[in-house]
Write a protein that binds this ligand. Structure first.
Ligand code: UGA
Length: 429
């Protein structure tokens, strides 16, 4: 198939590379010149396991190319809309990029003679495709949806760090459609990939994506809350998880208690769902609490540090881990950023190390943060260590001998850790 992918972010690039590697001809369209020229040089503008190699081999075999020119959509049969939908300051979803992009696609579709399918793959508030994207496409193409062009919704469920694996091994493929023809076209994209395919209307498909992320966030805040209670009872929440996980209705996934969830998706999507339900006249109390519990984990960490060290003014604190999770350089909504901001507000000096995320952290954190070349340098000469991302290299026990350690990611086994350092877990015994 001849496919255009709009947006060279995580979702767009992973989708583009994966489809090209399946033999489709893919054109990635992005208005960011730097991104486009990096792709042309066979380099991925984002860090994702395996993506550099896959992009490079698809470009070499002429199955993938990048451009800044929307007109190139004309030479394709299907366009996947993968642009970002970030948060507004009030928590609502910023749909300006997607609306603008839909308009640009529409302008090109106005001149297209054959059939074309537009597929919304970005995460959007339920109802957005019907109420915002289709009208923008119609207005700029001067064609009617489902007559002049087709539209479908195909949300992604990719996890950063394992996104390519996730693309080829999805738990399910969700297709939202108004007419069967559009859904069939999306199914064709996934030919050869084995997964249940669930088809429904477009707004339901959009809601499925939101509900998935909201449920995952709820699981994390749930177990963090249980952890906070367990800690006061002298119980290890990880033992509790072992016990509850045998119940197949509960399972053991996404129940790692710790400093809380970050990233570009879970916090943003839960906030957007809370915001849009308020607009619908419903207060999403559970989801509000999910966000509150998540925010409080950071404050709990701060309280623990202050209880141990007293006034933080003049103290040197080592932060191991800046990325929102391991195997990525992504720091968006990473708990470490807020922890560091609060520590510095209280007068502490911060030394930090992360295997990948330092360049990104430098662009948003105070210039006063001292970045270290490795974990050994970071843990030397500090009043305490905070572990905020569970990178494998932080499991090395020798980093912690004789130190004061606050573990936000269960990097150490508490019983063993107690023998080598002054150890406290954020929400376990
Ligand atoms: C998340 C979803 O997992 C994907 O299914 C979804 O497609 C994606 O958002 C998206 O909307 O695009 P991602 O943001 O890559 O994926 O990260 P996750 O692996 O879900 O982790 C999110 C945060 O939760 C991380 O900060 C992680 O450390 C934290 N987490 C995760 C926990 O604190 N405990 C856990 O048990 C699991």
């Amino acid at each position: 198939m001849r496919i255009s992918v709009i947006g060279a972010g995580y979702v767009g690039l992973v989708t583009a590379a994966a489809l090209a590697s399946k033999g489709h001809n893919v054109t990635v369209v992005d208005t960011d010149d730097t991104r486009v020229s990096m792709i042309k040089q066979k380099k991925s503008p984002i860090f994702e396991e395996g993506l550099d190699d896959m992009l490079s081999s698809c470009i070499k075999s002429n199955r993938l190319k990048a451009t800044g020119d929307y007109e190139e959509i004309l030479a394709t049969d299907i366009t996947l809309l993968c642009v970002g939908t970030p948060s507004n300051p009030d928590g609502s979803m910023n749909l300006s990029y997607i609306t603008e992009s839909a308009g640009d696609i529409g302008k090109v579709l106005g001149a297209k003679s054959g059939r074309h399918t537009v597929v919304v793959r970005s995460t959007v508030v339920p109802g957005t495709t019907r109420k915002i994207i289709i009208p923008a496409l119609e207005q700029h193409s001067r064609k009617k949806a489902h007559v002049g062009f087709d539209v479908a919704v195909n949300p992604e469920f990719l996890q950063e760090g394992k996104a390519l694996h996730g693309f080829f091994n999805p738990d399910r493929i969700i297709i939202g459609e108004e007419e069967q023809r559009a859904g069939d076209k999306v199914e064709e994209l996934y030919e050869g990939i084995s997964a249940p395919i669930v088809r429904m209307d477009m707004t339901t498909a959009e809601m499925i994506k939101f509900s998935s992320n909201a449920f995952l966030a709820t699981k994390i805040s749930f177990i963090n809350e249980i952890g906070n209670i367990c800690q006061r009872l002298g119980i290890d929440v990880y033992d509790v998880v072992k016990g509850i996980s045998f119940d197949y209705r509960i399972g053991d996934r996404f129940l790692n208690a710790g400093i809380g969830f970050g990233g570009s998706c879970l916090p943003k999507d839960v906030k957007a769902l809370v915001h849009s339900s308020r607009h619908l006249g419903y207060q999403a109390q559970l989801l509000e609490s999910v966000l509150e519990v998540n925010k409080n984990q950071i404050l709990n960490m701060l309280r623990m540090v202050e209880k141990k060290l007293g006034n933080l003014k003049g103290k040197t604190i080592c932060v191991l881990g800046l990325a929102f999770k391991p195997n990525t350089d992504d720091i968006r909504n990473a708990p470490a950023l807020e922890v560091i901001r609060l520590l510095m507000e209280k007068g502490a000096s911060v030394k930090a190390y992360d295997p990948l995320a330092i360049p990104n952290a430098k662009s948003v954190l105070s210039k006063k943060v001292k970045y270290c070349l490795n974990a050994e340098e970071a843990v030397a000469d500090c009043d305490c260590i905070l572990v905020l991302t569970e990178w494998d290299e932080f499991k090395n026990e020798s980093l912690y001998y004789g130190k004061v350690v606050f573990d936000g990611r269960r990097i150490l086994e508490p019983q063993k850790a107690k023998m080598i350092c002054d150890y406290q877990g954020i929400c376990w015994r």
